[in-house]
Design a protein around this ligand. Sequence first.
Ligand SMILES: NC(=O)c1ccc[n+]([C@@H]2O[C@H](COP(=O)([O-])OP(=O)(O)OC[C@H]3O[C@@H](n4cnc5c(N)ncnc54)[C@H](O)[C@@H]3O)[C@@H](O)[C@H]2O)c1
Length: 237
Amino acid sequence: MSSQLASRPVPALARSLALARRPPRHVVFARFQSNISPGVVAKASAVKTLPDFSMSNKVCMVTGAARGLGFEFCRAFVQSGCTQLAILDLKEEEAADAARDLVKSACVDSDMTESDYSVVGIGCDVSSELSVQQAFRRVMDEYGRVDSVVASAGIVENYSAFDYPFDRIKRLYDINVHGAFFTAREAARHMIPQGGGSIVLVGSMSANIVNIPQPQTPYNAAKAGAYRRLLSRAEQV
Ligand SMILES: NC(=O)c1ccc[n+]([C@@H]2O[C@H](COP(=O)([O-])OP(=O)(O)OC[C@H]3O[C@@H](n4cnc5c(N)ncnc54)[C@H](O)[C@@H]3O)[C@@H](O)[C@H]2O)c1
C-alpha cells in the first residue's frame, strides 16, 4: 500500500526540503525527552509516537474505517495522541462498534480512560456525494473542525477484463475514484476556511505496476486515476 499526502499550506516541494533538513534521529529523540511536561507524561502512556507526529488536539476522520487498513489508520492516530476521531463506514452500526473497540483497546495498558476519548461511528457511503457531505456536517457539529482526513474506503474485485460486468466496474469507480474525490473535496472545503489540514488518499502499488495474476484491470486504473486527480487538485488548493 502507498498513500499520497496533500497538505495545506505547505507546498509539496517545501515539505520535501523540510524533511530533508530534519536533524538526525538522536536529536529528535532528545527533543522528545525535553518537550514533555510532567503533567502530560501522566496521561501520555497511550502515545507511542514522537512529538513530530503528534495528533493531539487534532480532529481526525477516516472513511472505510470499520475494519482493515482504515481501522489501523485510526489506531495509528490514537497512538499518536488523537482523542477526537470519526470512523466512517457503510453501516453506522459497524462504524460505532469499531469506535467502541478502538477506545477500549486504547485504554489497555494506558493511563487513559474511555471518557478521555470522543470517537464516533458514522454511516457514510462515499460513493454518494450527499452522504459524504452529511457525514462532514455531523463531524463539524460534533467537533467544530476537522484537521486530518484519510480516504481509505475502497473495494477490489477480480474478474477477467473480458467478463467484468459493467455495473460492477461503475460501482468500483464510484467508490474508489469518485468516493475519494468527494471525500477530499469536502475536506478541503472545511479545511481552507479554518486555515489548513491534511488530506490523505490511500493509493496502491497497482497504480504503477500490474500485479500478476490478479485480474483487476478497473482497480488498477482507478488507483492510477485517483493519484493523478490528487496531484491535479493539490495544484488548485
Ligand atoms: N489491503 C491491501 O493489501 C491494500 C493494498 C493496497 C491498497 N489498499 C487500499 O486500502 C484501502 C483499504 O483497503 P482494505 O484492505 O482495508 O479493505 P477492506 O475491505 O478490509 O476495508 C474496506 C472498508 O471500506 C468500506 N467500504 C466499502 N465501500 C464503501 C463505501 N461505498 N462507503 C464507505 N465505506 C465503504 C468497507 O465496508 C470496509 O470496512 C482501499 O482503498 C484499498 O484499495 C489495500
